[in-house]
Ligand binder design. Structure first.
Ligand SMILES: *Cc1c(COP(=O)(O)O)cnc(C)c1O
Length: 355
């Protein structure tokens, strides 16, 4: 049930950044959405208020045991000035799956969708127009009960903040170099890899720093048990084109169920590709590479949509993919998904939601 939303409009309006050069995630809009949870009341008091800092008790459980989940999606501006979201219901569905894993009470997905639409409508002018830009939407939940007990919090805050962002690649898509991480692990089966929760990201920083010191853009994560099977690339799902077929790691419990992943799997099947969701080891990938069968590799996620891999570094060996160029499958997926998101291509699937 949708509880009545209250809105307190900000009297101050911030200056919007120059659409051509927006640093990622540093500028926030004038308003935010907040709702609270207490055991006796459930989720209550949904409200849109001026963007401002929070006051939290230092014992708030989020600070101690990391009970938190988040989502990431975008609002896109079409050429004729409309504002579109891309499959936003999937984000709230996934938020609840993440919450379940972190013992956080579920939100009412439909009610929250309604609140999001109202927030975006109020902040409509913040959706930038420039090619490749968008308004990044960050819903998240934190545990707020002041207690050091190692147990689920009895109080939470759900919030949505908005940040205008620039293109992921300035100056067009560029294939990147990726280090195959042999030491650190992002996630294990039975752990929290399938949830969007804070600790999965901070625990990846050391591997990223190591990769970047050696000139790599990011990390290819292997499974945490055998250190063989490919899982994800950075915080994106990974796809390969091998000998004319598409291969992507099957969701194993430690892989995040990307909405971009789901969408491009649907598109590829419609286009008649053979798509294999299966386990694939790094040794197997190297063998295909040596046989000249590794034709394309790319990451998929909301931030970049498609991020082609031009080279993998694995234990001192190099795998150069498609001569460091974006391949035809990656290009077609990128053009199709961004075309739908921007209202330039027919949305046959009903994936977009207009605000
Ligand atoms: C968010 C995320 C993805 C991509 O998900 P999308 O819904 O496509 O944006 C992939 N892997 C990880 C680890 C993520 O956090």
């Amino acid at each position: 049930m949708t509880q009545s939303l209250t809105t307190v409009e900000s009297r101050l309006r911030k200056q919007k950044p120059d659409s051509g050069q927006i640093p990622f995630g540093r500028t926030f809009t004038d308003h935010m959405f907040v709702m609270d949870y207490e055991e006796s009341k459930g989720w209550h008091e949904p409200r849109i208020v001026p963007y401002e800092p929070l006051t939290l008790d230092p014992a708030a459980m989020i600070f101690h045991y990391g009970q938190t989940v988040f989502e990431g999606l975008k609002a896109y501006r079409t050429d004729d000035g409309r504002v579109l979201l891309f499959r936003p219901e999937k984000n709230f569905e996934r938020l609840n799956l993440s919450s379940e894993r972190l013992s956080i009470p579920p939100i009412d997905e439909e009610a929250v969708m309604d609140y999001l639409k109202k927030l975006i409508d109020l902040e409509r002018d913040w959706v930038p127009e420039f090619e490749g830009t968008s308004l990044y939407i960050r819903p998240f939940i934190i545990a707020t009960e002041p207690s050091l007990a190692v147990a689920p919090s009895k109080m939470y805050k759900f919030m949505i903040i908005l940040s205008p962002v620039g293109p992921y690649f300035s100056g067009g898509i560029r294939p990147v170099t990726i280090n195959v991480e042999e030491e650190f692990t992002r996630a294990v089966k039975g752990g929290t890899g399938m949830a969007k929760t804070a600790g999965n990201y901070s625990s990846g920083y050391q591997a990223q720093a190591k990769a970047s010191k050696e000139g790599n853009a990011d990390v290819l994560w292997l499974d945490g048990v055998e250190k063989r099977y490919i899982e994800e690339v950075g915080s994106m799902n990974i796809f390969f084109k091998i000998d004319g077929e598409i291969v992507t790691p099957a969701l194993s419990g430690s892989i995040l169920r990307g909405i971009t992943r789901t969408s491009i799997l649907e598109l590829l099947k419609e286009w008649g590709w053979t798509v294999n969701e299966r386990r694939i080891s790094i040794e197997e990938l190297y063998q295909y590479y040596e046989e000249g069968k590794l034709e394309e590799a790319f990451g998929a996620g909301t931030a970049a949509v498609i991020s082609p891999v031009g080279e993998f570094n694995w234990l001192g060996k190099k795998m150069v993919v498609n001569n460091h160029e974006i391949g035809p499958v990656a290009q077609k997926l990128y053009d199709t998904v961004t075309g739908i998101q921007r209202g330039r291509k027919e949305d046959d699937h009903g994936w977009t939601v207009e605000i």
